[in-house]
Write a protein that binds this ligand. Structure first.
Ligand SMILES: O=C(O)CCC(=O)C(=O)O
Ligand SMILES: [Fe+2]
Length: 365
C-alpha cells in the first residue's frame, strides 16, 4: 500500500496517468472523477485577460453514480443483496453484499454516533501516541507524544527543551515568527498510525520485533465479533473467515482534499484473512475495483459508523479513497489548524475522516 496522500503535502497519488504515454487505467479514471479539483478563476477586464489571478473555485463533482446504500440501490450491474443480521452487543444491522464483488460486505451504521465519537476520542487522546508508530514518530521520534493535548493547549513543537520528555513547549516561550511549528499543524498533518506490529511503508512489511502499541482490546473485539457473525452467515467453519484473529490496524486520518491511492493490501501473511475497516467522521467516496487497475471500480459512499469487510476475492482487489466529503475547504482547515481556537473531538470529526482498518498480520495457527 502507498502512504496516504496529503492535499497540501508532497505525496503523489498512486497509479496516476502514466508518464509512459499509456492511457490511464479505469481505476485512475475513477480517482480523477471523484478527486477534489480547483479551478482558477480568470479575470477579464474590457474583454481582455488580466494578469492577476482570481479566486480558486471548487469544481462540482458528479456523485450521481456513487452507490449510497441508504437510498434505493441504483440500477446497474453491481447486484446489491441486503440482509438483516445480528452482531455482538445486540446490534441488528443491515448488511449489503455486491454480486459484482464477492467477499465484500458493507454494514450500515455498525457503530452509533456516540460510539464513533468515543472511539475517535480514544484514538486521538491515546492510540496515536508512542509506542504506536505514526508518520510523525517516523520523522520526529517518540517525543511526539500527547499530540492531541498539546494541540488543545496551543503548544509549539520544541524538540530540544520540550516539557516532560515530550517535544512540546508553550507557544509563548517559542521564538516569535512565522517559522514556528505548532502542535495544531502537526495534528493537521497526522496521516497514519500503526497499531500492533509496525508497518514499514518503504519495505511494505510488518516489523514484528520493533516496539509497538498492541492492538487495543476494544478494536480487536469489534473486528473479531463482526467477522464471527459474517462467518456464521457464510456457513461457519467452511468460511475463509473462520480462523480470523485481529492483531493489527492501520489508522488513516484524512482532511478535506486528502486521498488514498488505489492499492491492494498484500503485506499480511495470509491474504485469506479479511480486512475490517471502520469509518469515523466525514462521509467519503470509496472505490472498490477488481484484481487489476484496468477493471472499472464501483464507487460507494461510506459514512461515519459504517463497517466494511473485504474477504475472499474482494480481499485481493484494488481499492482506494479519492474523496472526503467535508464541508470545510482544505486550505481553510489547515490555516485554522495553525491558529489555535477550540479543539473538540466532535469538531475534528466534522472536518476529518478517520479510518481504522483492522487486520490479521500473523499466520493463523
Ligand atoms: O480509508 C479507507 O476507507 C481505506 C483504508 C485502506 O484501504 C487501508 O488502510 O488499507
Ligand atoms: Fe487498503
Amino acid at each position: 500500500m502507498d502512504a496516504p496522500a496529503k492535499a497540501s503535502g508532497g505525496y503523489a497519488i498512486a497509479g496516476g496517468a502514466s508518464s509512459t504515454g499509456k492511457a490511464p487505467s479505469a481505476f485512475r479514471e475513477a480517482e480523477k472523477k471523484y478527486q477534489l479539483h480547483y479551478d482558477q478563476e480568470l479575470k477579464f477586464s474590457k474583454g481582455k485577460l488580466r494578469g492577476k489571478r482570481g479566486r480558486l473555485r471548487e469544481r462540482p463533482t458528479d456523485l450521481s453514480e456513487v452507490l449510497d446504500f441508504r437510498s434505493p440501490p441504483r440500477d446497474g450491474d453491481v447486484g446489491v443483496v441486503e440482509v438483516a443480521m445480528d452482531f455482538p452487543g445486540n446490534r441488528r444491522r443491515t448488511v449489503r453484499s455486491l454480486a459484482r464483488h464477492p467477499g465484500f460486505y458493507h454494514v450500515e451504521s455498525y457503530l452509533t454516533c456516540e460510539e464513533c465519537e468515543e472511539l475517535a476520542r480514544e484514538i486521538l487522546e491515546t492510540h496515536i501516541d508512542p509506542p504506536a508508530s505514526s508518520n510523525h514518530t517516523a520523522r520526529h521520534g517518540d517525543r511526539v507524544s500527547g499530540l492531541w493535548a498539546a494541540a488543545g493547549r496551543g503548544d509549539a513543537y520544541d524538540p530540544v527543551s520540550g516539557r516532560d520528555g515530550t517535544c512540546w513547549s508553550p507557544l509563548s516561550l517559542s521564538p516569535s515568527g512565522s517559522g514556528v511549528l505548532t502542535a495544531r499543524t502537526l495534528l493537521e498533518r497526522l496521516r497514519w498510525v500503526s497499531l500492533g506490529p509496525r508497518y514499514d511503508w518503504t519495505r511494505r512489511k510488518y516489523l514484528r520485533d520493533s516496539p509497538h502499541r498492541e492492538l487495543p482490546r476494544g478494536l480487536k473485539a469489534m473486528a473479531d465479533g463482526a467477522v464471527a457473525s459474517l462467518c456464521a452467515e457464510e456457513g461457519g467453519a467452511t468460511s475463509s473467515m473462520s480462523t480470523f484473529g485481529a492483531d493489527a490496524a492501520l489508522v488513516n486520518f484524512y482532511g478535506a482534499g486528502d486521498t488514498l491511492g488505489g492499492h491492494v493490501d498484500d503485506a499480511e501473511a495470509d491474504l485469506a484473512q479479511p480486512l475490517v475497516s471502520l469509518s469515523l467522521g466525514c462521509d467519503a467516496v470509496f472505490l472498490l475495483g477488481g484484481r487489476t487497475r484496468e477493471e472499472r471500480p464501483t464507487a460507494m459512499l461510506l459514512r461515519s459508523g459504517d463497517l466494511v469487510v473485504m474477504s475472499g476475492d474482494a480481499r485481493r482487489c484494488y481499492h482506494g479513497l479519492p474523496r472526503i466529503l467535508s464541508s470545510r475547504e482544505p486550505m481553510k482547515s489547515s490555516r485554522q489548524g495553525a491558529q489555535g481556537g477550540g479543539l473538540s473531538v466532535e469538531g475534528y470529526l466534522a472536518g476529518h475522516r478517520i479510518n481504522v482498518s483492522v487486520r490479521m498480520v500473523a499466520e493463523p495457527s
